[in-house]
Design a protein around this ligand. Sequence first.
Ligand code: CTP
Ligand code: CA
Length: 224
Amino acid sequence: EKELESKLPLRGKKILITAGPTYEAIDPVRFIGNHSSGKMGFDIAHSAANLGAEVILVSGPTNFKSNHSGIKVIPVVTAQEMYDACHEYFATVDVAIAAAAVADYRPKNVATQKIKKAAVNFVIEMEKTKDILLSMGELKKNQFLIGFALETENEIENAKLKIQKKNLDLIVLNSLQDEGAGFKKATNKVTFIDKDFNIEPMELKSKEAVADDILNKIKAYFHE
Ligand code: CTP
Ligand code: CA
C-alpha cells in the first residue's frame, strides 16, 4: 500500500483539464479559431494519469488522441460546449487546470447559408464568450485551480491580476519573449506564480517537462 502510494501519488484524485483551441462558427463552412495544438493539455493529462489520477480532458479540435485508461476525453468544438462540459464535472473534481486557448469572442450571428462574396469589405460583429476559468473560480470550494496566461506586455503584473480575478491557486505564465516557446512548438518557457505571488521562473523545456513541473506543484499541494 505504501509502495503503491509512492508510485501513484494521485490515486483517488480527480482532475479536470481543458485543452486545445475552440472554433466559433461564422457560417456552415467557416469558423474563427487559433493556433493552439492541444499538446500542453494532453501532456498534462498524461502526466496526471501516470501518477494515478482520474483525468477528464475536455478538448477542442486537435490531432492528439489518448488511449490511457486513466483519461476520459470529452471532445468539444465551441467555447460554450467547453463551458458546459466543464460545469458538468467541476463540482466532482479535486483539481482543475485550464490549458485551453478559448476564444474570447464569437460571431454574434451565425449565417445559416454559406456567405457569398460581395462587398469589398466585410465586417463580422462579435460577442463575448463565457470565461470558463473565471466561472470555475467563482464556484470553487476545495478545488486546486490552475490557469494559464499568455501576455505580451507587463507579463507578471497582468498574470497576478488574473490570479485575483479568477480566484486561482496557481498560474502558469507563458513567455512568448523567448524563441522556441508557445503555440505549435514542442517547448515552453513558463513562470509559475502562486496565490501568494511567489514567482518562480522556469527554464525553457519540453512541454512534457513543463507538464511534470505542474504535476509536482499538485503533488506538493496534496502532501503539505
Ligand atoms: N480562459 C477560459 N475561458 C475563456 C477565456 C480564457 O477558461 N473564455 C482561461 C484560459 O484557459 C487560461 C486563462 O483563462 O487558463 C487565461 O487566458 P488568457 O487568454 O491568457 O486571458 P483572458 O482572461 O482571456 O484575458 P485576455 O485574453 O484579455 O488577456
Ligand atoms: Ca483570452
